[in-house]
Design a protein around this ligand. Structure first.
Ligand SMILES: *Cc1c(COP(=O)(O)O)cnc(C)c1O
Length: 456
């Protein structure tokens, strides 16, 4: 498979040319999903006994199949949580792949893991957590949340001499779906603090007071959100931290989307209290301009994570010399073999400097404020709530849920934008509203106006 022949050289040039074209194309066409049968008709048989050849396979992807995907970095892709990896980060993603490094153990990955750790130290420094706090890059926020929850649960069980009881986690109704999903994985129950805005310490205290004795005994963790995915709402982290301390509960902050705003002077104060957390999730692949996939879990006490996650096996017994037994990323999260997925972030940070990151995140926040002003000026539009972080929720007067859906389809089909409605609960009533989430610093005022004009 490693014979260098002319075909391979040609294909390498083709692939490099594609990669360079793609990352310099700042407004790629918004592709559209197709039915599986349609894709099959386009692709034909690709997995054959003799292979169809790299050139044919690559052209199939480049000219046909990639058109059935939506570029997440398009400046008018404002649906869900988009992404905008830097060119430096993407280029280094290629370098990371080409370098074939096993990222689980220091023994094999020392040079790369060291650099991942440099990027991680910067992330940790944003949180204000004390000396000793550190983290590890994961496949995303879901894996980071799971890793943190397993650590919390193991600590709780140990303290209760391994009693095999189902745990309970309290979080808010605005928490990300992965909290409930990962609670299933660890077989814990989730109890919600129902709130349309932030979860406060008082609300948490009141929810705990409602638990019966058995439930209170099973309660082991609270998950606060550092920027809800839907609306950018940050819980009262200080208030929650205080209650967690008093009640001896693990405090996890899920800041997968919003955590990037720790770097922004205009938003940093909203996260006060995050430094008290036992663990934090931040996704560099959301608002820190890393390519998929890259999440991060940060722990106040790394030893607790290690005792929850370190895997044992005779074939995993790495011995070499003292120096080779350094930091093993496999010990702190759920995955063993792993890509050095923090390296693209490291390279991009090293290339651009942290000030550029501050600027780029502030840019997302100002775009949200700008969109808010333009919405207020528009005769048919109104804000549902003030923009928070880089999220804007707004309504078009008179529109039904069907109208919002058609708006999404129309804009997508016309290659104008990918914008999508969401649900917003106000005074107990769930409504369909429009939503923007800004990540890409290249989005312009013109882009926002262009989209708002489609709502006249
Ligand atoms: C996106 C998100 C997640 C899930 O992260 P993935 O990287 O998609 O696994 C978890 N929590 C919050 C708050 C998020 O915004």
């Amino acid at each position: 498979m490693h014979n260098i022949d002319i075909d391979l050289v040609e294909m390498t040039l083709d692939v490099m040319k594609y990669a360079i074209n793609r990352i310099t194309n700042v407004s790629p066409d918004l592709g559209k999903p197709m039915k599986e049968e349609e894709l099959k008709a386009l692709a034909g048989e690709t997995i054959t006994a003799d292979g169809i050849g790299g050139e044919k396979a690559f052209h199939l992807f480049r000219d046909k199949l990639v058109k059935a995907t939506i570029p997440i970095d398009h400046p008018r892709h404002l649906a869900f949580v988009p992404a905008a990896p830097t060119r430096a980060a993407i280029m280094f993603d290629l370098v990371t792949s080409a370098s074939s490094i096993h990222g689980a153990f220091w023994l094999e990955g020392a040079g790369g893991i060291f650099l991942e750790n440099e990027a991680m130290k910067w992330l940790v420094s944003l949180t204000g957590m004390p000396e000793g706090a550190h983290g590890v890059f994961t496949s995303g926020g879901t894996a980071a949340n799971l890793s943190a929850m397993v650590t919390a649960r193991e600590k709780w069980r140990k303290e209760r001499s391994n009693e095999m009881e189902r745990g309970i986690v309290i979080t808010s109704s605005g928490a990300h779906s992965s909290i409930k999903a990962m609670a299933k994985v660890i077989d814990a129950d989730v109890m919600l603090v129902e709130t349309e805005d932030q979860m406060t310490g008082e609300m948490l205290q009141a929810r705990i007071a409602e638990l019966d004795t058995d439930q209170r005994r099973r309660l082991f963790a609270v998950v606060g959100t550092g920027g809800t995915t839907n609306a950018g709402i940050i819980d009262d982290l200080q208030g929650i931290a205080r209650i967690c301390k008093k009640e001896n509960l693990w405090f996890h902050v899920d800041a997968a989307y919003g955590g990037a705003a720790l770097v922004a002077d205009s938003a940093r104060h909203l996260f006060n209290g995050i430094e008290e957390a036992n663990s934090i999730t931040i996704d560099p692949h959301k608002w820190l301009f890393s390519p998929y996939d890259c999440g991060a879990v940060i722990y106040r006490n790394m030893e607790l994570a290690k005792s929850a996650h370190a895997q044992e096996g005779s074939y995993l017994d790495i011995f070499y010399d003292e120096g080779a037994n350094g930091f093993n990323p496999a010990d702190y999260q759920i995955q063993l073999t792993r890509r050095l997925r923090g390296l693209p972030l490291w390279f991009s940070l090293a290339t651009h400097g942290t000030k550029k990151y501050r600027w780029a995140v502030e840019r997302g926040i100002s775009l949200a404020l700008l969109a808010g002003r333009l919405i207020e000026e528009h005769p048919e539009l109104e804000l549902v709530r003030e923009p928070a972080l880089s999220c804007v929720l707004f309504r078009r007067r008179g529109w039904t849920p069907e109208d919002y859906k058609m708006w999404t389809y129309r804009n997508h089909k016309a290659n104008i934008a990918l914008v999508a409605p969401t649900k917003w609960k106000s005074q107990g009533e769930s409504q369909t509203v429009a939503r923007f989430c800004f990540i890409n610093p290249d989005t312009t005022e013109e882009d926002i106006r262009m989209i708002l004009n489609t709502m006249d």
